[in-house]
Design a protein around this ligand. Structure first.
Ligand SMILES: *[C@@H]1O[C@H](CO)[C@@H](O)[C@H](O)[C@H]1NC(C)=O
Ligand SMILES: [Mg+2]
Length: 344
């Protein structure tokens, strides 16, 4: 409609004068113009982004493709994968979801929170993170001044409305929610609640992903505790082991979720833990980076070399990478280019 309406105004105003004289030919001209435009419009959507199945697929195949990608490229996060895929399937397959889907990702730096949100964007939108229907708010960049919270809140609301007006199947990613001044997030409350319509718009098909470090320390502690008790994350670690840990962490640490009505009223559908990464997971990240550069796998000394430069915690057992797989790509490219490692 967006593109079509000005054209109609143009056609009608040009033909307006002859309308009274020759209604039949005017109708035929308008009909032909409409058919031509319809064809043009349809082909346009084959090369440009439109709010349609090509650009914003809701096909089960696309979710299965995402599932494959997550298991191939994200390591040590089977819990996350399981919940994310089930949540997306449920939401996308419903033609009439009862509310917007809200996922809250929790975990320390480098465990893959933004990485996973980008995979989601790429599988649900042909234009991925560049899509007009995907908007990412990065707290430190977009909301730097805590005294401006009220202004930021309105900006977020305006943006969310504008995107949903273009396409109901929209994706909003809030990165580093722990750095967001309190109150901003409450601005999205009316959009994520069970309303059929807000300001004439329906937000129930949209997806909101919140990323934060909140609860990260508690998640790491709990993972270590389970590991000490002999429990393998791949087999027996369950979501229920983490739910209360995350909620407590999210409540007790200051930041965007702290004091948020969204948490109190449970409008967040899933709290998703990102577990700390062990050496074997980091090795996979290293391997993956080498593969991207065309190597069959990481050269033997490379992984050892890169791991040697990383810190593992806690000091007694040195089990988890303190920075997860963050900056592995740059470490690998530094290795490949024969430089000594850059000190970050
Ligand atoms: C969705 O799946 C179809 C069929 O497998 C594929 O052609 C298309 O590229 C996918 N779309 C996205 C955005 O991944
Ligand atoms: Mg991050």
């Amino acid at each position: 409609m967006e593109i079509r309406s000005p054209l109609w105004i143009f056609i009608l105003s040009c033909l307006g004068t002859s309308w009274a004289i020759e209604p039949l030919s005017v109708a035929m001209t308008a009909g032909a113009a409409s058919a031509i435009w319809g064809y043009f419009d349809g082909s346009l959507c084959r090369v440009m982004e439109c709010c349609d199945q090509r650009s914003t697929p809701t096909d089960a195949k696309n979710i299965s493709a995402l599932e494959n990608e997550l298991s191939t490229y994200v390591y040590g996060q089977h819990l996350m994968q399981d919940i994310v895929i089930r949540a997306l399937r449920g939401h996308m397959e419903s033609p009439d979801p009862s509310k917007a889907l809200v996922l809250s990702f929790h975990g320390s730096t480098g465990c893959g929170k933004s990485y996973v949100s980008e995979f989601i964007a790429r599988s649900l939108f042909a234009y991925g993170m560049k899509s007009k229907f995907v908007k990412k708010f990065v707290a430190g960049i977009e909301f730097p001044d805590p005294t401006m919270a009220a202004v930021y809140k309105m900006k977020v609301q305006d943006k969310v409305r504008a995107v949903v007006k273009m396409c109901e199947r929209a994706l909003f990613i809030f990165e580093d929610v722990h750095l967001m001044p309190s109150g901003i997030l409450d601005g999205i409350l009316p959009f994520i609640d069970h309303h059929t319509e807000v300001d004439g718009l329906d937000f129930r098909k949209s997806i909101f992903i919140l990323l934060s470090n909140l609860g990260g320390t508690a998640i790491n502690r709990k993972t270590l505790e389970l590991w000490s008790a002999g429990r393998q994350r791949e087999d027996v670690i369950k979501l229920k082991d983490f739910e209360s840990v995350i909620r407590q962490g999210a409540f007790n640490e200051a930041g965007g979720l702290y004091n948020s009505v969204a948490i109190k009223t449970s409008l967040i559908d899933h709290y998703i833990p990102f577990l700390p990464l062990e050496e074997k997971h980091v090795v996979k990240c290293i391997d993956n980076e080498f593969k991207k550069l065309g190597y069959p796998s990481a050269p033997e000394d490379a992984a050892k070399n890169i791991l040697g430069d990383m810190t593992f915690m806690p000091p007694e057992v040195e089990l988890y990478s303190t920075s997860g797989c963050k900056r592995i790509a740059s470490k690998v490219s530094a290795y490949v280019h024969g430089k000594k490692f850059v000190v970050f």
